[in-house]
Design a protein around this ligand. Structure first.
Ligand SMILES: Cc1cc2nc3c(=O)[nH]c(=O)nc-3n(C[C@H](O)[C@H](O)[C@H](O)COP(=O)(O)O)c2cc1C
Length: 475
């Protein structure tokens, strides 16, 4: 089960797929999706009969529930929120360690080859590419996409999810990978050699590729192999004739071509995961497309960001929390009990970590390490370290700990010159994309643990016995 259609069938079978007919690609589809994310149990939406388009469909909300995320990650399709988080604990490091045991499997046939469009005949707007938000600068075909690149020297393959706007009347699309992201580093290395960078992009695939492409899989590990480790299956790929790069054979739509340093086009603004539009229109590398491949009536995998909760904020929070916790444990720090990259901070800006403190300086170590982990460094703003009696996923508890166990003068460290982004609404136009971050120690002071005032709730065992005795009061 490595393609989108079998994933859709499964989701339909447990009642979490809704068909939406007749929406318009120009903001209406995006608005329906946005309204859906705000419902208590958002469904996956499959848009069909899109206004002005006889063929082509768009999927949104793919990873927005525990059942769909559990299915996508091969953890089980009957889990609730807590069970998905529990099932994920420790998995990212296992997947990273076993990725290379799941090399892609080259195949020569696939429904993706049913329609092959060469070079200048390519028109990305022959598909119902949405303009997602009212103030977007254009139509973004790349939201849930996978941009596949390679390192010219090591030949490592990377798959990253970077936004892509259709430009040049449908003949090209920009790729807005932030400098420092693995895909951007690959492209830079080709340019430094004076060569064009070969690129493949898939626009509709099993959402596991949205998860692996859209979260910080460790450097040097192919997201295609990592996805294979997640699913316990080698991913079938075609080999692009022009670029030699792997193309997921289960893809609905894919393109291959090249980026070059002198082929740029203006892109943006775009409604981003921070909850704000991304500044002014700016130049970004635009693809010279050699070939486009698509299935009949293909499905574009949409994952539009916005003010949280948005399309992939649930997935990002759950995945990044697991990755951060794993990375802290792998770094050898003792006592780490949990990490949560809160959805309200887009899964990046506000991270809480709980620790059973064991020595003076322990909580500071955990806080500063977390703020700079590869899984967390980009666009982090606050790390809050709490004791292990605090539920890191519960904002009320985290705020209570900050309010009662933290002396701001002593317990908040501010670090500047850190990895920010042009997406940051706090960045002044034209300034270099640094940010700063606060590491908040909201644990009881280590040297006062024995004498720190006791929490004034009942003893848990006593409360349980009272609950049992007075069950009818709480029924
Ligand atoms: C739907 C979606 C859109 C994203 N858009 C961008 C983007 O436009 N630019 C970017 O640098 N990262 C973007 N990201 C975040 C990257 O995908 C993420 O940082 C990922 O780890 C990058 O892969 P890499 O580490 O292999 O470079 C997006 C993530 C998702 C899920």
């Amino acid at each position: 089960m490595t393609d989108l259609r079998s994933w859709l069938e499964k989701v339909e079978s447990f009642g979490e797929l809704r068909h939406v007919l007749g929406a318009h690609w120009d903001t209406e589809l995006g608005a329906i999706a946005e309204l859906s994310y705000r419902t208590p149990e958002p469904k996956a939406l499959l848009f069909d009969d899109i206004d002005g388009y006889a063929t082509g469909r768009v999927l949104t909300g793919s990873t927005g529930s525990a059942r769909r995320l559990g299915l996508t990650l091969g953890l089980g399709d009957d889990l609730d929120d807590a069970a998905v988080v529990a099932a994920l604990r420790g998995k990212p490091s296992v997947w990273a360690a076993t990725a290379r045991d799941h090399p892609t499997e080259t195949v020569t046939s696939s429904p993706l080859l049913d329609n092959v469009v060469e070079g200048r005949d390519v028109d990305l707007l022959s598909l119902p590419v949405p303009r997602w938000h009212a103030e977007d600068g254009g139509r973004f075909i790349g939201t849930g996409c996978l941009v596949i690149t390679t390192d010219p020297e090591t030949k490592d393959i990377n798959g990253g999810c970077y936004r892509m706007e259709v430009v040049e009347d449908g003949r090209s699309a920009t790729i807005a990978a932030v400098p420092g992201k693995h895909g951007a580093q690959h492209v830079r290395r080709w340019f430094d050699r004076g060569e064009k960078a070969p690129v493949v992009v898939s626009f509709g695939h099993h959402p596991v590729l949205l998860v692996t492409g859209g979260t910080e899989v460790p450097t040097g590990i192919s997201e295609l192999e990592y996805a294979g480790a997640i699913l316990g299956e080698r991913l079938p790929v075609l080999i692009g004739e022009h670029t030699g790069l792997p193309i997921p054979a289960g893809s609905e739509v894919a393109i291959e071509g090249w980026l070059s340093p002198d082929h740029l086009a203006d892109e943006g603004p775009f409604g981003e995961w921070t909850g704000y539009y991304s500044g002014r229109r700016r130049p970004a590398p635009a693809l010279e497309i050699a070939r486009m491949y698509h299935r009949d009536d293909p499905v574009l995998l949409g994952a539009p960001p916005g003010k949280p909760p948005h399309d992939y904020s649930y997935m990002r929070t759950v995945m990044k929390s697991a990755m951060i916790e794993d990375a802290l444990v792998a770094a050898g720090v003792p006592g780490v009990r949990g990490a949560w990259a809160h959805e309200a901070g887009g899964g990046r800006l506000f991270i809480a970590v709980s620790v059973e403190t064991r020595y003076a300086g322990h909580s500071t170590q955990v806080g500063h390490l977390t703020a700079q982990l590869p899984a967390a460094a980009y666009m982090n703003r606050f790390v809050v370290v709490v004791d292990d009696d605090i539920d890191v996923a519960n904002l009320d508890e985290v705020v209570w700990a900050m309010s009662t166990r933290c002396d701001p003068v002593r317990d908040i460290d501010v670090v500047g010159g850190t990895w920010g982004s042009k997406l940051d609404p706090m960045l002044v136009e034209g300034a270099p994309p640094y940010n700063s971050r606060a590491v908040v120690d909201a644990t009881r002071p280590y040297d006062r643990r024995a004498t720190f005032p006791k929490v004034s709730t009942g003893d848990p065992a006593y409360l349980r016995s009272v609950m049992a005795k007075w069950a009818d009061v709480f029924s």
